[in-house]
Ligand binder design. Structure first.
Ligand SMILES: [Zn+2]
Length: 216
């Protein structure tokens, strides 16, 4: 179920940051972060792979390394701000960014599907500072709306950073539509399918379905 073969990883995952690409694939392979199966992202979307960021997140040295790559790719993310994330594996990355920048972290409660809500679990949103929205795995970005709504103007949001993006073109459109800078380290090359035997190979093969929320 974990994809560790270097050649397959190279086919399944691309990085917009050429200089970190080899190291990121090495980290993903060594930690077993890429899962193969039949995943339900939500009621309307299935995927043959999923990224389980906690495999990296539990390892301090690795998550700090990844946070360093992200700050190198997204200079906007280093400015004074409150770092905001949902109470998922995103916490690992948010805390690592906090350690590197000295910025505080506020964690929003997640719902039963592990999607962020507008209720804070820990930390607070400073009224006089912008926020930086952090995620571990973004599909299209839409589920981040409750986090963005902690500030009423895009001018008070530094941007959105994530370890991975599953549907990069759609997320890019989402970020642009909200006038927000964004950065991520890896993107998925696999297709996301509607849940039907005609359109989803996993459904067609009768592979048991796994809720992706169990891995986030
Ligand atoms: Zn399916």
């Amino acid at each position: 179920m974990q994809v560790t073969d270097a050649r397959r990883l190279r086919q399944l995952i691309v990085s917009p940051h050429e200089s970190h690409s080899d190291r990121l694939l090495e980290i993903i392979g060594q930690t077993g972060t890429l899962l193969e199966g039949h995943f339900e992202l939500d009621a309307a979307r299935h995927a043959p792979y999923f990224i389980r960021f906690s495999q990296i997140g539990w390892k301090h040295g690795l998550v700090d390394e990844v946070a360093g790559f992200l700050l190198g790719a997204a200079s906007f993310a280093a400015a004074p701000a409150t770092i905001v994330c949902a109470e998922t594996s995103a916490i690992f990355l948010a805390r690592a960014l906090g350690r590197k920048t000295g910025n505080p972290v506020a964690v929003a409660a997640a719902d039963a599907n592990r999607q962020p809500t507008g209720t804070l679990r820990t930390g607070k949103i400073a009224p006089d500072k912008p926020i930086l929205v952090v995620s571990d795995v973004i599909t299209t970005g839409r589920s981040l709306l409750p986090l963005l709504s902690f500030k009423s103007s895009p001018k008070d949001i530094l941007g959105i950073v994530s370890f991975a993006v599953l549907a990069a073109p759609r997320f890019e459109r989402f970020a642009r539509a909200h006038h927000l800078p964004s950065a991520w380290l890896i993107a998925a090359t696999w297709q996301i399918h509607p849940p039907s035997e005609r359109e989803c190979p996993g459904c067609a093969a009768g592979i048991p379905i796994l809720p992706a929320s169990e891995f986030s």
